[in-house]
Design a protein around this ligand. Structure first.
Ligand code: BTN
Length: 245
């Protein structure tokens, strides 16, 4: 495994994607930065962190024989790796909010951005960006749902040790992915899925509120919500949010 350590970079995902477009990059190359000047989040959002306090890194991974229709299992594998590494630190009330935020209670402590490269219908490689809020002591008011491990557990953690444990878990879960242990991955993911089977108020893309409960993830990776009239509706990433979060 090759780890490239940087002080400041725009975004570890962008850096690694650029590298992959220019040279042959070894499988499981990792880029970690002390700070990002243009950290990227999901749906074109920003990922802003305090310099040197948090883990911001990206992993390049190649896949063989993985169809794009199976991409949800890649997401399950990545989410579960980070979840398990954090669980070992005894962070309370951990869950995965679909598709891949890691929460403690209802506070977000990890964001994940997976950027895939396809060849036809094959998912040939991904750049997996992971931002873990580790030692940051506070967050701006516009991020009321953000927290850090330090804010939750009251002590600081060594970034390198945590990076190593996440990477080890990632290797384990990628082994399961390679072996197509899909039932196992899905069961493990659904077990830790935030608000699964809990009646919850949601908001759709038209800002309409509705009640329902999360029951799973569809074949194509969408969130499945059972409505009050017992019909099941599927939602993509931009199509639904929690009304209270
Ligand atoms: C989210 O919106 O929740 C996803 C955030 C992903 C942040 C990580 S930090 C390392 C990597 N580089 C980036 O620019 N983004 C990801």
């Amino acid at each position: 495994m090759k780890i490239i350590k940087l002080n400041a970079i725009d975004s570890t995902n962008s850096f690694l994607k650029n590298m992959v477009s220019k040279v042959v990059v070894d499988d499981f190359t990792v880029v970690v930065a002390k700070t990002q000047t243009k950290g990227r989040g999901q749906i074109n959002s920003e990922w802003v962190v305090e310099e040197g306090k948090n883990l911001t890194f990206s992993v390049f991974s190649r896949f063989v024989g993985l169809n794009i229709r199976e991409h949800k299992y890649l997401n399950f594998s990545v989410s579960l790796s980070v979840f398990q590494a954090l669980k070992a630190l005894r962070i309370p009330n951990l869950s995965v909010k679909w598709p891949n935020d890691i929460l403690s209670g209802n506070k977000k402590i990890v964001g994940i951005l997976i950027e895939n490269t396809l060849k036809g219908n094959d998912l040939v490689s991904s750049v997996i960006g992971i931002g873990v809020n580790v030692n940051q002591a506070s967050f701006p008011e516009n991020l009321p749902n953000a927290s850090s491990i330090k804010m939750i557990l009251g002590k600081e953690f060594d970034l390198e040790t945590l990076l190593e444990s996440i990477l080890m878990k990632l290797k384990d879960y990628f082994n399961l992915l390679e072996k197509k242990e899909y039932d196992l991955l899905e069961k493990a993911y659904l077990k830790v899925l935030y608000k699964k089977n809990v009646p919850t108020m949601f908001k759709n893309s038209q800002n309409t509120l509705f009640m329902g409960k999360i029951i799973g993830v569809s074949k194509s990776g969408n969130l499945q919500i059972e409505l009050e009239n017992e019909t099941i509706q599927e939602f993509g990433l931009k199509e639904v949010s929690f009304a209270t979060l």
